[in-house]
Design a protein around this ligand. Structure first.
Ligand code: 5GP
Length: 184
């Protein structure tokens, strides 16, 4: 890929192994229950697709999409809802499925929004956790991997809508777009 340096940091096999473990834990923790898994678009769709295929308990799937209000105030925590759920989650056990938790601002907005709908329980499953940059502390019940302070792509995560199809997680160097996020 021209002008960019991709380095695989989590290979496909490790992703699959970890997702199997997460699926097993979720199946045990939700035994006798029927959780609703909410994928946060777009980054979580591949993680969610692989995760539900290793979850043994009956469950429902729905999606939400959010966006930050413009580049100039990125990191301010101002988030807008682009796509809402179709399912009513009142009284239900809900698991938010997220690709990566960075500052935590996006997830904080989503969590608050969902709690207003009175689910019975609300937990978070994140494939990647970049703890270093966290601004809002929150409990992540299920985490795949902790990643360093570098922009990553692949396995659902994009750079300007590209590279979501890579079957691994790679860090990307030499990209101004990727760097911009970390210069805030
Ligand atoms: P937060 O609100 O926690 O700062 O950001 C969370 C969202 O920012 C993630 O859902 C993801 O869409 C995006 N994001 C954060 N870090 C990265 C990264 O390294 N790569 C990509 N592709 N997206 C990221």
């Amino acid at each position: 890929m021209k002008g960019k340096d991709f380095k695989i940091i989590i290979p496909r096999r490790e992703l699959q192994k970890k997702i199997k473990e997460l699926g097993k834990r979720i199946s045990e923790d939700y035994s006798g229950k029927e959780p609703i898994l909410i994928g946060i678009l777009k980054g979580s769709f591949i993680f969610l697709a692989d995760l539900i295929r290793v979850i043994k308990v009956p469950h429902e799937v729905d999606f939400m999409a959010v966006a930050s209000y413009g580049q100039e105030i990125e990191g301010s925590g101002v988030v807008k809802l682009i796509k809402d759920l179709n399912i009513n989650i009142e009284g239900k056990d809900v698991i938010i499925i997220e690709d990566i938790v960075d500052t935590g601002l996006t997830l904080n907005f989503i969590k608050k929004n969902l709690l207003l709908r009175n689910p019975r329980s609300l937990e978070i499953a994140a494939l990647l956790d970049r703890k270093e940059r966290r601004k809002v502390q929150m409990h992540l019940k299920y985490v795949g991997f902790t990643v360093p302070n570098e922009f990553v792509v692949g396995y659902g995560l994009d750079l300007a809508e590209r590279y979501r199809n890579l079957p691994y997680i790679a860090k990307i160097e030499g990209s101004k777009l990727a760097q911009r996020r970390f210069e805030l």
